[in-house]
Design a protein around this ligand. Structure first.
Ligand SMILES: Cc1cc2nc3c(=O)[nH]c(=O)nc-3n(C[C@H](O)[C@H](O)[C@H](O)COP(=O)(O)OP(=O)(O)OC[C@H]3O[C@@H](n4cnc5c(N)ncnc54)[C@H](O)[C@@H]3O)c2cc1C
Length: 381
């Protein structure tokens, strides 16, 4: 890579923000541009799960573990991002799911994931809020969580304070956040925003998420087939729950989707309940620091996406969560949908040089919040 002094980052989501962090750690000046007053894409709509348990063995697991270490390291400097190494329990509802959990716990990489198979009584000792029905659990000690609505502003505040910067040649690098500017044009080593102002960098990083038809559009539309697709998810959040979940929780449906569970026992799983199958739903449940519960999700793959949210999926997720918790959920306070960009091939994410000195990074799919610190590091190494 040419000598880089100034980096322009476009996109205020987690990928853009982690590129800003990586650049600042190298003593580089950063101009960070976002079209909205605050990030509004997938990065603020997700669970905040730093999810090691579901990752495919090999490069994906390795990327996730490096990224998790990155989150932990950053959290030591920025406690406001809300990282906690709370682990997770994936709960089986029948014997077939249970056998798949045992199979996962006996894989060669189980130890690095911190996998441990638990009977139901032991799982309840670890997470006493789980007073409902389930057959057993897979614990993943390496899973963690952050606060998606708080993390990005907290990281930016840290960058603006100039903390943790190498002394370099005596000129401390700077960080500037430029919100409300939509980038409309790309040129070598530069971008133009909607006001007409040009911004020049030795390196420009475009991290515009699932915006596949904007400035990144022509670079993503090519090929025989686009290297990325968009996926839409439904989510909800309750009022504060009267109890503390010591871990994040997933149900047995998650075994049908995460590649870590692509093991022989998966073929024996029963079909999903019709309401879950119709929306490719799995239950993931995270308690926020304020006590509320973030609950999801569904997966919609075919565009045009619905512009409204579907109640059947929420009914299913609520019922499933109540069955595992053994108590009624607090009232729902928020519902929303989010869209992420996902690579269609075997890569873990998409990176391409789209002009001299301009790199496009997107497409991490459902692992983007987890993996962003490591993806950003890979851009600079
Ligand atoms: C509902 C949901 C739940 C998820 N849960 C998890 C999870 O728990 N764990 C996990 O690891 N991953 C999760 N993911 C995936 C993860 O959230 C994404 O992979 C990740 O947030 C993508 O980050 P990003 O920065 O690429 O995109 P985004 O967060 O979408 O950010 C892109 C930003 O670029 C801005 N932008 C776009 N175009 C322009 C332009 N022309 N000029 C200026 N700015 C522009 C947008 O406004 C936006 O703020 C989830 C995703 C969703 C939707």
């Amino acid at each position: 890579m040419e000598r880089v002094v100034v980096v322009v980052v476009v996109g205020g989501g987690v990928l853009g923000t982690m590129h800003a962090v990586s650049a600042r750690r190298r003593g580089l000046d950063v101009l960070h541009i976002e079209r909205e007053p605050e990030a509004r894409g997938a990065s603020v709509r997700n669970f905040g799960l730093i999810w090691v348990s579901g990752r495919a063995p090999g490069p994906e697991l390795s990327l996730a573990l490096r990224a998790r270490a990155g989150w932990e390291e950053l959290a030591a400097e920025v406690p406001g991002l809300g990282f906690r190494p709370n682990g997770s329990l994936t709960l089986a509802s029948d014997d077939v799911e249970l056998r798949l959990l045992k199979e996962a716990a006996s894989q060669p990489d189980a130890a690095v994931r911190g996998f441990e198979f638990l009977d139901a009584a032991t799982a309840r000792e670890i997470n006493p809020a789980l007073r409902g029905e389930f057959a057993g659990a897979l614990r993943c000690r390496r899973d963690g969580a952050v606060e998606p609505r708080l993390a990005l502003p907290a990281i930016r505040e840290h960058l603006q304070a100039g903390a943790g910067q190498p002394a370099g040649d005596g000129q401390p690098a700077g960080y500037r956040w430029l919100a409300g500017r939509e980038v409309a044009e790309i040129a070598p080593h530069a971008v133009r925003d909607h006001t007409g102002e040009w911004h020049h960098g030795d390196l420009v990083v475009i991290a515009t998420g699932a915006n596949h038809t904007g400035i990144a559009g022509q670079h993503l539309a090519g090929y025989p087939k686009s290297p990325v697709r968009r996926v839409r998810l439904q989510m909800m959040q309750t009022a504060p729950f009267d109890g503390r979940l010591t871990t994040s929780v997933a149900d047995g449906d998650s075994l049908r989707y995460y590649p870590a569970f692509d093991l022989p026992g998966r073929a024996r799983l029963a079909p999903q309940a019709p309401a879950a199958a119709a929306t490719a739903a799995q239950l993931l449940l995270v308690q926020r620091l304020d006590g509320s519960l973030t609950i999801g999700d569904t997966h919609e793959y075919d565009e045009p996406f619905a512009f409204d949210v579907h109640e059947d999926a929420y009914d299913h997720l609520r019922t499933r969560a109540e069955r595992l918790l053994g108590s009624p959920l607090p009232p729902t306070q928020r519902r929303w949908a989010g869209v992420y960009s996902q690579v269609t091939g075997t890569d873990l994410y998409h990176r391409s040089q789209i002009a001299p000195g301009v790199i496009l990074v997107t497409g991490p799919g459902g692992r983007g919040m987890t993996c962003a610190p490591a993806i950003a590091e890979e851009t600079f190494t």
